[in-house]
Design a protein around this ligand. Structure first.
Ligand SMILES: [Zn+2]
Length: 280
């Protein structure tokens, strides 16, 4: 369930129906209820009065709060690591950096599997630095922040240049830690996390803009005569196609978009959408 939330299979705000989850996993409701309770303790799920447990919705303010916290705490971890890291700590950070580079070279994987590799490698680097800080409480506080659902979402949308930049930051931070330069290691970590924040905010903005454009395009499309599309319809279709949804004039956009959980929709007949999320 944790993976499903982090990878966006359960969308923010979506209800978690214990009975359905239990049936899908072939379990009784008791372990599912216990899992929901643990996820709530980690802040991934919230209990609501009328709808039961829902996946915690993450808006702008949540991203700002989460990343400000991460930037400060992880830069402190990098600072401490610069004076406390042992050889095996550095070896672990190096392994994460190598994993990240190896993931960039994989051409045989789809978007979801590649994103999983980036996410794991990134976690290995960051956890390695936190471990190297030798501050157990700091590690405990940070444990639930690296795997936030939006972090995974951001990696999914990273360009090759952004991935390389991310791993460059990992290398620079690692080198400052190895050279026992706490101020520089800390400043680099702060900047690395804040760049991640900016990336997530940008994709949130794009999703909001895209959502508004798509809603208005759908509305217009459902009102037209498909046998004789007007110039307005043709324009609306063009807007709609920009969001990776290709539809014929006689197929309602709503039907096409509803096939996929992806907020950008999916072409009719496809089982995987272009952004790597599987259809319902
Ligand atoms: Zn990172």
């Amino acid at each position: 369930m944790r993976t499903a939330i982090i990878e966006g299979e359960f969308r923010p705000g979506e209800r978690i129906i214990e009975q359905r989850v239990a049936a899908n996993l072939g379990l009784s409701r008791t372990p599912v209820r216990e899992a929901v309770r643990m996820l709530a303790a980690d802040g991934l799920v919230i209990a609501t009065r009328h709808r039961g447990a829902i996946v915690r919705p993450l808006g702008r303010v949540d991203v700002l709060d989460l990343y400000e916290l991460r930037a400060r705490l992880e830069s402190y971890a990098a600072e401490l690591a610069s004076t406390r890291a042992q050889e095996d700590d550095l070896a672990e950070i190096d392994a994460g950096i190598r994993d990240f580079a190896a993931a960039m070279g994989r051409t045989d994987l789809d978007v979801l599997d590649k994103t999983r590799l980036y996410s794991q490698a990134n976690r290995r680097v960051h956890t390695g630095i936190i471990e190297a800080s030798g501050h157990a409480r700091l590690g405990h506080i940070l444990a639930s922040t690296i795997d936030a659902p939006l972090v995974f979402e951001a990696f999914r949308e990273f360009s090759q240049a952004e991935l390389e930049r991310s791993n460059n930051f990992h290398e620079m931070i690692r080198d400052r830690i190895a050279e026992h330069e706490p101020t520089r290691a800390s400043a680099l970590m702060y900047e690395h996390i804040m760049e991640g924040r900016d990336r997530i905010l940008a994709s949130l903005d794009a999703a909001e803009d895209g959502g508004a454009v798509r809603r208005s395009a759908r509305k217009r499309l459902t009102q037209v005569n498909p046998a004789n599309p007007s110039a307005r319809t043709v324009r609306a279709l063009r807007v709609h196609r920009q969001h990776s949804v290709s539809v014929a004039a006689d197929v309602s956009c709503r039907r096409a978009a509803d096939r996929c959980r992806c907020r950008f929709g999916v072409s009719p007949g496809r089982t995987r959408c272009p952004r790597g999320r599987s259809s319902r």
